[in-house]
Write a protein that binds this ligand. Sequence first.
Ligand SMILES: [Zn+2]
Length: 209
Amino acid sequence: MGRYYHGTISGKFVCAVQSSYDPSLFKDPELYEIPNEYYLYYVCKCLLENDNNLFCNQCYTNYEDHYDNIDESDKQDINNRINENKNSDDTKLLAYPSGYIKYQFDTSDLNYLEQKLNQIEAEIGYDIINNLDFTIKEEDNDEFEYNLDDNNSYDNNSYDNNSYDNNSYDNNSSELTPDKEVLIASWCIGKQIKKAIEVVGNCEIFCEL
Ligand SMILES: [Zn+2]
């Protein structure tokens, strides 16, 4: 099990280290709010853009038309929701939580993103950064994926299972501490976003929660 992200870039969040909300780090907090989990309409799976649209008006002419096309088991879920919360119109919504949040970056985000990457690199330490063998490749499905090989002098297994013995690290700036592991995970996705913006002008990411 793991949490994945896809869109203009794709990959897997680093287990137990990296939040699904990690791309927020590269959005100016004064301009953007942290996104909410988005909803999809039953049957057609269109993205719910506006909570006031109880049915998908792209695909159906009216509420009954959409409702009639929904599987019996999903209808049951909707009816249970309506019965539990009779006074709220939201419960009639013909949509369900997707399990994903969505980010959208474009060239207007580059400035902040580059500042943030510089800041993260300074925190990680250039000794470590320079020993990371990091590459980004555009795959056949047009998604940018990264590959990270670590040439730093620590046990590579610890990167995956997060089982650090804190005592084994001294204060040497080139040691990879758990804090730095978190920063490296963020740095990788930041670099991916930057690459996507530079090559295609924007970066849309769907992050599994
Ligand atoms: Zn639809």
